[in-house]
Ligand binder design. Structure first.
Ligand code: IMP
Length: 428
């Protein structure tokens, strides 16, 4: 019987999901992306025949580096065709062609160049990745979006793109920031050219039927890879400072079209917290410790190159996200980054208007007023890079992990102790 696993971000994305996804994809027959877009960035460092490769994925599922596996970009993922061409080329060249199979659901909607313009024109206050993902989702909800299957009929597609470009140009005229108008014919030529290239390395299929057969008939093991994190969920996160897709485990079914029983829902938690883009960040550190975490943790965005804001680990998003995702286990990443900090704080609750709360207030103005309630734990100085055995961690590092585990009441099964693929403790 196949096992279905989902890897879910518990914070504001960038928890370091790429490593566990790459690790777990080894035991999977196939890997699926089904929400988000190329606003996401998953990194994996892998060694093949003694050579280390550093890979960056935005749209492509992270199993692509494993020859013999299928990788599905399902209906719910927003696809920037031109970006997909560039991304695939980089990974393909890095691995000298030893890649898996890439599949794309014909229901998936696409990001068109004017979406990027609209993002820049209207969403600067959110601090988006400027990849056009929000405006592309607006078009999907507005039922104007272009889908992959539309490319089968270029005449009708051209007409749709002309109409949509004129609509986008109108919105750009009244946008908050000035962005140039788009030429509809040029837009059509650009996306059509990218689509032809994508067809050269991707099989376009009915992803729903494909996945249903793999899961329900062949009993295959499938890994579902989420991007972003719970706090960026379009409905449950810190709205409106969120992304445009759903970032929760149940999106597995909504974004693929196949009912999936998840055997494991693995929540990924960085040993501290980071946030890119704007919005309140309760445990943010703007002092030397924050700068040190940023430097040691190399906290620079995979997608946009922006530096990430850093702070202490905050358990409230985990309590809150657990109600939605019911994590079966956690992966605590980048524990090694905290080495050398004399006293480490853990936020265990918030204080709001004199009351202690353990949830994310739905109203942003309340959330902006919460104060962190901290406990303090002693740090450790011994280098833990590459430790693979929990008992070999310094006592205080063990205590840090155990304390978090007890407070959230979810087993911490995987612990990251360095950037390399094998720098990980696995506890049973
Ligand atoms: P958008 O998804 O580009 O619209 O950006 C909305 C918000 O989500 C911004 O604060 C982004 O920085 C953030 N965001 C989107 N994708 C990611 C991600 O993969 N990691 C971290 N933050 C992200």
């Amino acid at each position: 019987m196949g096992k279905n696993k989902a890897v879910i971000g518990t914070q504001w994305g960038d928890e370091g999901k790429g490593k566990i996804i790459d690790w777990l994809s080894e035991d999977a027959d196939g890997i699926v992306r089904f929400q988000g877009a190329n606003n996401a960035g998953h990194s994996a460092i892998i060694t093949l025949e003694g050579i280390t490769h550093s890979l960056k994925y935005n749209l492509i599922p992270s199993g692509y580096a494993h020859h013999g596996k299928w990788n599905l970009m399902a209906a719910g993922e927003m696809i920037d065709l031109a970006h997909l061409v560039k991304e695939q080329k980089l990974v393909f060249n890095e691995l000298e062609g030893r890649v898996g199979e890439l599949l794309l659901d014909l229901r998936a909607c696409v990001t068109i160049p004017y979406h990027i313009g609209l993002d820049k024109a209207n969403n600067a206050h959110i601090g988006t990745t400027n990849r056009g993902v929000g405006p592309a989702h607006e078009d999907r909800a507005g039922r104007r979006a272009i889908r992959i299957l539309d490319f089968e009929n270029p005449e009708t597609l051209k007409q749709k793109i002309i109409e949509n470009t004129l609509h986008a140009n109108h919105l750009l005229l009244i946008g908050k920031n000035h962005v140039e108008q788009y030429d509809p014919n040029k837009v059509f030529d650009e996306v059509m050219e990218a689509y032809q290239k994508v067809k050269g390395f991707t099989k376009i299929i009915d992803g729903k039927r494909f996945l249903a057969e793999r899961v329900n008939v062949d009993n295959q093991t499938v890994l579902f890879e989420l991007s972003q994190g719970y706090m960026l969920d379009n409905i449950l996160g810190t709205f409106p400072m969120v992304t445009s897709s759903r970032t929760i485990a149940s999106e597995v079914t909504a974004g693929t079209g196949v009912y999936i029983e998840l055997d494991n829902r693995i929540g990924v938690v960085k040993a501290y917290t980071t946030r890119v883009g704007n919005g309140h960040f309760t445990t943010e550190l703007t002092d030397d410790i924050g700068r040190r975490i940023q430097e040691v943790g190399k906290e620079v965005g995979t997608t946009t190159g922006r530096t990430r804001r850093c702070g202490w680990v905050d358990l409230v998003p985990i309590y809150d996200g657990d109600i939605t995702n019911k994590y079966t286990e956690l992966n605590l990443t980048k524990l090694d980054v905290l080495t050398g900090i004399p006293t480490i704080k853990v936020c265990t609750a918030y204080e709001l208007d004199g009351s202690k709360i353990e949830f994310i207030p739905p109203n942003l103005s309340d959330y902006e007023r919460v104060k962190p309630v901290y406990i303090e734990l002693p740090g450790w100085t011994q280098d833990i890079t590459g430790v693979r055995d929990f008992d070999k961690l310094p006592q205080n590092a063990q205590r840090y992990v155990d304390k978090i585990e007890n407070l959230v009441n979810i087993p911490i099964r995987y612990i990251g102790t360095g950037p390399e693929r094998n720098d990980m403790i696995i506890r049973n």
